[in-house]
Design a binder for this molecule. Structure first.
Ligand SMILES: Cc1ncc(COP(=O)(O)O)c(C=O)c1O
Length: 385
C-alpha cells in the first residue's frame, strides 16, 4: 500500500496540534524528577512545585498585561473560569449584555442564571458575517447592567469583537471576555483594554495540554468562589481564604499541566504575538482567496484582514456538512470539524442553524502547502457532488 501523506490538522479551534516541543519536554522532565504537590509541605519537592506554579502565573500575567500575577487564577479550562465568573458575579435580577455569537460555555450559565436568579439578558446585534455591532452598547445599557460578556474571537466565523469600544462605553458595568480563541493569537492587555474578567483556556493558541486554563480578575472585584476546600494556606481556618488566587484554587492543582501551559506560553512570547498573527493571517487569506474560487462553496464570516482570526466556516452545495467533513478526512486526510461547534446561538445569528458548518481552523504550525492541499481536496469533493 502506498504511503499516505500525514493528515492536515485544521481543527486548532478545538485544540491546537502539534504543541511546541518544549511542552512535552517540560512535562516529561518534571514528572520524572519531582513530586508535584505545591504549597502543602515545606520539603524541597513541594517548594519546587510551588515555584513551577508561580513562574506560570508570572508568564501568563506578562502575556496579558497584568501587573500582579496573584490576579491570575488557574482552573481546568475556560468553561470552569466562565462559570466561576458568571455564577459568582451575577445577583438576582441583574441585567447582562451579551452577543449572539457566544459559545455554550457562556450561554448555558447565562440561561441557567436566567432561570435560577431571574437575570435579564440583552443581545448586541450581529451581522450575517458574525460581526457584532458594539456601537449599539449605549442603547442597551441600563442602570442595573451588571455585566457585559463577549466572545472575543468567534469559534464559528473568526470574527473579532472590538473590546476598546465596549470598554469605552461600559460605564459601571463589568466587562468579561471569553478569550478561548484569542489568547495566544491576539494581543490582549487587561489593563489597557479595561477588562475586568478575562477567561482563557490553556490548550488552544496558548499551546498547553488539555485540562488547563484560568482567569484574570481585576483587583477590587468581589467574587465568591464556586468550589472551596484545601488550599495549603490559612489552614487553621475552616472558611475559605478570601484572597486571590487561593480563594479560587481549592484542591491540588494540575501542576504538570500548568508547567506544560507555561512552556506553551513561553513559546508564544518568544515567537512573538505579531509573528504568530502575521503567519495566521497569511494562511487565512490564502484559504479565503482559494475558497472564493470554488463554485458552490459559501464562506460564513468576514473577508480577509486584521479584523478576523484564523477560523473559517463553510458549506458546499450538494453535500451535507457531516458528509463533507467525513469525505475530507477519509479520502484526503483533511481534519476539519462539522456541526454547531457548541455555539447554536452563533449559527442562528449567521443562519446556519441547525446543520451548522464545516469549520477549518488554522494554527501557527500550519503551512501554505497544507492550505493548498485543503483547497485541492475541497475542489475534488465538489467535482463529485
Ligand atoms: C469561544 C469558546 N469559548 C469556550 C470554549 C470552551 O473551551 P474549553 O472546552 O477549553 O473550556 C471554546 C472551545 O471550544 C470556545 O471556542
Amino acid at each position: 500500500m502506498p504511503d499516505q501523506p500525514p493528515p492536515v490538522y485544521l481543527d486548532n479551534a478545538a485544540t491546537s496540534f502539534p504543541k511546541p516541543a518544549a511542552v512535552a519536554e517540560t512535562m516529561a522532565r518534571l514528572l520524572d524528577t519531582t513530586a508535584l504537590s505545591p504549597g502543602r509541605a515545606a520539603h524541597r519537592y513541594s517548594l519546587a512545585a510551588g515555584r513551577v506554579i508561580f513562574a506560570a502565573r508570572e508568564t501568563l500575567a506578562a502575556l496579558f498585561g497584568c501587573r500582579d500575577s496573584s490576579r491570575i487564577v488557574f482552573t481546568n479550562n475556560v468553561t470552569t473560569s466562565l462559570n466561576i465568573g458568571l455564577q459568582g458575579l451575577l445577583r438576582p435580577g441583574d441585567h447582562v449584555i451579551t452577543t449572539g455569537m457566544e459559545h455554550n460555555s457562556v450561554m448555558r450559565p447565562l440561561r441557567l442564571l436566567e432561570r435560577l436568579r431571574g437575570i435579564r439578558l440583552s443581545f448586541l446585534p450581529t451581522a450575517a458575517t458574525g460581526e457584532v455591532d458594539v456601537d449599539a452598547l449605549p442603547r442597551l445599557l441600563a442602570s442595573d447592567t451588571r455585566l457585559i460578556v463577549v466572545n472575543h474571537l468567534s469559534n464559528v466565523t473568526g470574527s473579532l469583537v472590538d473590546l476598546a469600544t465596549l470598554a469605552r462605553f461600559k460605564g459601571d458595568a463589568l466587562l468579561m471576555v471569553d478569550a478561548a480563541q484569542s489568547a495566544g493569537s491576539e494581543a490582549i492587555d487587561v489593563t489597557a483594554q479595561g477588562i475586568d474578567f478575562l477567561a482563557f483556556t490553556g490548550h488552544k493558541s496558548l499551546f498547553g495540554p488539555t485540562g488547563t486554563g484560568g482567569f484574570y480578575l481585576r483587583p477590587g472585584i468581589v467574587l465568591p468562589p464556586l468550589v472551596v476546600g484545601g488550599t495549603g494556606s490559612n489552614s487553621e481556618h475552616e472558611v475559605q481564604p478570601d484572597f486571590a488566587p487561593d480563594a479560587y484554587e481549592a484542591g491540588t492543582p494540575n501542576t504538570l499541566g500548568i508547567a506544560g501551559l507555561a512552556a506553551g506560553v513561553a513559546f508564544v512570547r518568544e515567537t512573538g504575538l505579531a509573528a504568530i498573527r502575521r503567519h495566521e493571517e497569511t494562511l487565512t487569506t490564502r484559504l479565503l482567496d482559494g475558497l472564493g474560487q470554488i463554485p458552490g462553496l459559501t464562506v460564513y464570516g468576514p473577508g480577509p484582514g486584521p479584523h478576523r482570526g484564523p477560523v473559517v466556516s463553510i458549506r458546499l452545495a450538494g453535500i451535507s456538512v457531516s458528509d463533507l467533513a467525513f469525505a475530507l478526512d477519509r479520502d484526503h486526510g483533511i481534519l476539519g470539524r462539522g456541526g454547531l461547534h457548541c455555539a447554536p446561538a452563533a449559527h442562528r445569528s449567521i443562519a446556519t442553524y441547525p446543520e451548522g458548518t464545516l469549520r477549518l481552523s488554522l494554527g501557527y504550525f500550519n503551512t501554505e502547502a497544507e492550505i493548498d492541499s485543503c483547497l485541492a481536496a475541497l475542489d475534488r469533493v465538489r467535482s463529485r457532488c
